[in-house]
Design a protein around this ligand. Structure first.
Ligand SMILES: Nc1nc2c(ncn2[C@@H]2O[C@H](COP(=O)(O)OP(=O)(O)OP(=O)(O)O)[C@@H](O)[C@H]2O)c(=O)[nH]1
Ligand SMILES: [Mg+2]
Length: 366
């Protein structure tokens, strides 16, 4: 899973990146063109507890790749309607999700490119750039299909028409400034345009980067924006990136003290990671044994065979059955054997829909 960190100049993208990845990329670089890439483990207390129980040689958490991209040139240079450069667009398209960092902190030592802090204005501005990028691509493709449509075999022409019909549904929505994620599409229509990897189709987590003095109001500030940001597959969160970055550099005990002093009850960044995971419709299942405890990522709705395939294609091919127990039951009962004795262990077949928090032992022929 890959998350692109996007936002206008000096909104705090790199600070958020550092916090998420415990990195130390240079911040305050004033619109530099550096791209930072880092990997972070998805925090999951269920995995931690499984590891405590099984004491395996190794623990493997699910991970997320974060890509911190430069701000689009428009916002950095104040040039109207400059396009997002092609190389940045290409990087954006490969992402599964956008983490849109929005400046909501006041700090005279970090001048806002527009002279004033206005989170809503900035959200709309970047969203518009993404809409325009998608619209450019849609229009170009429509023109091409219209020319191409008169040629080719009947099957080719039919495929041509099908694609054209979907794109002609998207174009007017984009012209009105609506993101593709809001357009109602049937499954086969969505599949037709999947290859484009449109920016406004990706799920988005809007992250308000609030000032240190606003931490107590974080939830209210996020709710205020969420009320106006009524899009599908989107969510709004608020945190103070600078403080979170500083906390991230402390050891666990110090961090705890610091957090409670600030009235930060829950680690905001863990929440962000989990939310971005959920927004993608991903769930976790676990495998646990003396060698290794491990969290695996699969799309919600996956079957037991899909889960086996996430581990290894050979295991999917030789799938016999999945001995299944919820992690909570497994943790409460202490072992697979005990879970079996108590009737909590189920034998599930190929078509079983795996649930978030299932612990699986997949039996397979080799
Ligand atoms: N006071 C305050 N300053 C912050 C906060 N978050 C980031 N900053 C500061 O704002 C400046 C810009 O932060 P960056 O993380 O570099 O922002 P960016 O979006 O990556 O900036 P560019 O890559 O230049 O577009 C830095 O000096 C940060 O220290 C915050 O929550 N509060
Ligand atoms: Mg940066």
């Amino acid at each position: 899973m890959q998350v692109a960190i996007v936002g206008l100049a000096r909104s705090g993208k790199t600070t958020v990146f550092n916090t998420l990845t415990r990195g130390n990329a240079e911040t305050g670089g004033f619109g530099g063109m550096t791209v930072n890439v880092g990997v972070d483990k998805v925090p999951d207390e269920r995995l931690t507890r499984l590891t405590e129980l099984f004491k395996p040689k190794k623990e493997v958490a699910a991970d997320v790749t974060y890509v911190d991209l430069p701000a689009p040139p428009t916002s950095a240079d104040g040039i109207e309607a400059a396009e997002i450069p092609a190389d940045q667009l290409a990087r954006l398209r490969t992402a599964d999700e956008l983490l849109h960092v929005v400046r909501a902190f006041e700090d005279p030592s970090v001048p806002h490119p527009d002279g004033s802090v206005d989170a809503w204005r900035d959200i709309e501005r970047l969203d518009l750039e993404f809409v325009l990028a998608d619209l450019g691509q849609v229009d170009k493709r429509i023109d091409k299909l219209k020319i191409q449509g008169h040629h080719g075999s009947p099957a080719e022409r039919e495929a041509n028409d099908r694609e054209l019909a979907v794109l002609e549904k998207l174009a007017p929505a984009l012209r009105e400034g609506r993101p593709i994620r809001d357009v109602e599409l049937a499954d086969d229509e969505a599949k037709t345009i999947r290859g484009f990897r449109f920016l406004t189709e990706k799920p988005v987590l809007v992250l308000l980067n609030i000032g240190e003095g606003d931490i107590a109001k974080a939830a209210d500030l996020a709710a205020g924006i969420a009320k106006r940001y009524q899009h599908k597959h989107s969510q709004v969160e608020a945190l103070s990136a600078k403080i979170e970055m500083e906390i991230g550099q402390l050891d666990a005990e110090e961090a705890e003290v610091f957090r409670s002093d600030l009235g930060l009850t829950e680690p905001s960044l863990e929440r962000v990671i989990r939310l971005s995971y959920k927004l993608l419709g991903l769930i976790s299942f676990f495998t646990a044994g003396p060698d290794e405890t491990r969290a695996w990522t699969i799309p919600a709705g996956s079957t037991a065979v899909d889960a086996a395939g996430a581990i290894h294609t050979d295991i999917a091919r030789g799938f016999i059955r999945a001995e299944t127990v919820s992690v909570e039951d497994l943790l409460a009962l202490g072992s697979m054997a005990e879970a079996r004795k108590q009737g909590k262990l189920r034998s599930e077949g190929k078509t079983y829909i795996v649930k978030d928090g299932d612990s699986l032992e997949i039996l397979h022929s080799s």
